[in-house]
Design a protein around this ligand. Structure first.
Ligand SMILES: [Cu+2]
Length: 226
């Protein structure tokens, strides 16, 4: 029985580890902006720690259920609540505290990267939400302005883009999932977000604020050229 439990534990761990490794390599190929790289690195650190803790707890649980189950000829275990194990309690307090502190520091680092606006962007983009389409102005620092009246817009890869996001009617929210760009578009208010695309390609633009009957039509394509 114990051997099968150990085998089950090993098998589960192996499956989860190989799943994580294959998913991590898939996500490494899909890092389409520098911000998204930071976000997905953080995601994988948290995911791996979370899965490791889940597997550890599962193995301990299966092991104790099998080892300490009631059997013929075994005495009932005695437990004295007045004799707590201070070492054990200290361990299960301090170790999670350290894990949370590390995750907190990494999360803060990621936020500091994604939320610090660049001082000298290469391209300024104005994104304007309408019921129910997106309008874009792409303004290069050399004075070129390109207007995209509805749908998507085009920018080159490996340039730093600062986006001013607003709306002319109701609240919208600009979302480019593959690049980790997400910002509310509020009438009478200017929100800023930045990103640096690293791969050429076509990327979905969506509105993630329910903004009326044709909200679902508020999509577009960001084309990143080489
Ligand atoms: Cu909308």
């Amino acid at each position: 029985m114990m051997r099968s439990a150990r085998r089950f534990g090993l098998l589960t761990t192996g499956t989860l580890v190989s799943l994580l490794v294959s998913a991590a390599s898939a996500s490494a190929a899909a890092n389409d902006s520098t911000g998204m790289q930071q976000i997905s690195n953080l995601f994988w650190v948290v995911a791996i720690i979370g899965v490791a803790i889940g597997v550890f707890v599962g193995i301990v649980m299966v092991f104790t259920i099998l080892k300490f189950r009631m059997r013929k000829g075994h005495q009932k275990a005695t437990y004295d609540p007045n004799r707590p194990s201070h070492k054990l309690e200290a361990a299960w307090t301090i170790i999670p505290a350290i894990i949370l502190l590390v995750i907190g520091m990494l999360a803060f680092q990621t936020l500091a990267y994604t939320d610090t606006l660049p001082q000298h962007p290469d391209v300024y983009v104005a994104a304007i939400g309408h019921q129910w389409f997106w309008e874009f102005w792409v303004n290069y620092t050399n004075g070129t302005h390109i207007h995209y009246p509805s749908g998507g817009f085009t920018v080159p890869s490996n340039v730093t883009i600062l986006m001013n996001v607003t709306s002319v009617d109701v609240d919208h929210s600009l979302f480019i999932p593959a690049l980790g760009v997400h910002m509310d578009a509020i009438p009478g208010h200017l929100n800023q977000v930045w990103f640096k695309p690293t791969m050429p390609g076509d990327f979905h633009i969506e509105c993630t604020q329910f903004c009326g009957i044709n909200h679902y039509q508020m999509v577009g394509t960001l084309v990143v050229t080489p």
